[in-house]
Design a protein around this ligand. Structure first.
Ligand code: PLP
Length: 380
């Protein structure tokens, strides 16, 4: 159906063989592959504690809030321009999500300033997202959270491999959460990872992942344990061995894949620099290494996004939206109707995301840009 899809997997025989090996081993639930993936991922990020592989990033974020004992009566600040999981998990704990505006039409991340504007006596945590793989201004955000004694959660779903002043994203939060969903830079279908800053939080996360049990199914299978105790209430948010095996292969490809994404992004920048009125965010990102997760832009005011989307679709080009305003969703409309986020309110209705993936070809990028040009001109 599509000539150019929004995203394509960079899978080859290595992913196929990794999964086949797991199937041949006859052990498919959390075990040695998962442990190996956690160790390698932790080493890659430079984490101080062994990460915890989980079912997905939504589970990771939920666990992070539970580990911080966030509950009814607490407020958690989330970005007004992020995936709905960030607000949903806060609601699931009974706490209240409060949305912070992004910095400017050029910088679509929250900042210490936009966060501080939303802090109240009830604020217990801030959940930042490195939008599109661009690190937030972490020095200022970490300083703010410390000075106000507020926990910091990093949503690193877009940013595995991104760095702020030489430190990889995932090392700044009290807890940091990654997504390995299909369209992510490191893709296993469904998967995630939690990195905790302290031993205490790390221990809570490990128990939350698997029913609060003191031993693993694998320990009992291998005869290393007879039974188990339940040390605290928990969930089943485990990853399985097939996905961990995919994760190991994908991790080994991550740096090269991010470099390919970078080259495609720069080519888009070059071709789009002649477009009148189209705003490309994050053009000034010195001191940061980006993960180039998506290619977002803002259509000129007055251009009907749905018409552009449909015109592109008719030409076989898939586009997307990052993100619809949280305030626009039925589940949040009433609760958030008075939230003041003027910059997000300008971005959300005009945002369009172009296809971006490591294996993309130059002529595909050219086709996307050509058709975007036509689609915008049809509107003039
Ligand atoms: C910024 C952000 N946070 C959280 C999530 C949730 O990730 P998952 O699909 O792994 O639960 C996503 C995934 O789309 C995301 O983009």
């Amino acid at each position: 159906m599509w000539k150019v899809q929004l995203f394509e997997l960079n899978y080859d025989h290595r992913e196929e063989e990794a999964v086949a090996q797991v199937l041949k081993s006859r052990w498919i639930t959390m075990g040695d592959q998962t442990k190996n993936f956690e160790e390698k991922f932790g080493a890659y990020i430079g984490a101080s504690h062994l990460p915890t592989a989980v079912a997905n990033c939504t589970a990771a974020l939920h666990m992070a809030l539970l580990a911080l004992d966030i509950k009814q009566g607490d407020e958690v600040i989330v970005s007004g321009l992020t995936f709905i999981a960030d607000a949903n998990v806060v609601k699931m704990t009974g706490a209240t999500p409060v949305i912070a505006d992004v910095t400017s039409l050029e910088d679509w991340n929250v900042s210490a300033g936009t966060i501080e504007a939303k802090i109240t006596s009830k604020t217990k945590a801030v959940m930042i997202v490195h939008f599109g793989g661009v690190p937030c201004e972490m020095d200022e955000i970490v300083k703010l959270c410390k000075s106000k004694n507020i926990a910091l959660i990093e949503d690193v779903a877009h940013a595995p491999g991104a760095e702020y002043k030489g430190t990889r994203c995932g090392n700044f939060g009290d807890l940091s959460c990654f997504s390995f969903f299909t369209n992510k830079n490191l893709s296993v279908g469904e998967g995630g990872m939690v990195i905790a800053k302290t031993e205490e939080l790390n221990s809570k996360i490990k128990f939350l992942r698997s029913h609060g049990m003191s031993t693993l199914t694998l320990d009992r299978h291998k005869g290393r344990a007879v039974t188990y105790d339940v040390l605290q209430p928990g969930l089943n948010y485990r990853m399985d061995e097939m996905r961990a095996a995919l994760g190991l292969v994908q991790l080994s490809k991550l740096d090269e894949a991010n470099a390919q994404r970078k080259a495609h992004t720069l080519y888009y920048h070059k071709l789009l620099s002649e477009f009148q009125g189209v705003k490309i965010p994050f053009q000034n990102t010195s001191e940061k290494k980006l993960a180039y997760h998506i290619y977002p832009l803002m259509l000129p005011g007055g251009v009907n996004r749905e018409a552009v989307f449909n015109s592109m679709k008719d030409k076989g080009i898939q586009t997307s939206i990052h993100y619809p305003s949280i305030k626009s969703f039925t589940a949040y409309r009433e609760e958030l109707k008075d939230s003041f986020t003027p910059i997000c309110d300008l971005i959300s209705p005009q945002e369009l995301t172009l296809p971006l993936y490591p294996t993309m070809k130059k002529n595909e990028i050219e086709l996307v840009v050509e058709n975007l040009d036509k689609a915008i001109k049809e509107q003039a």
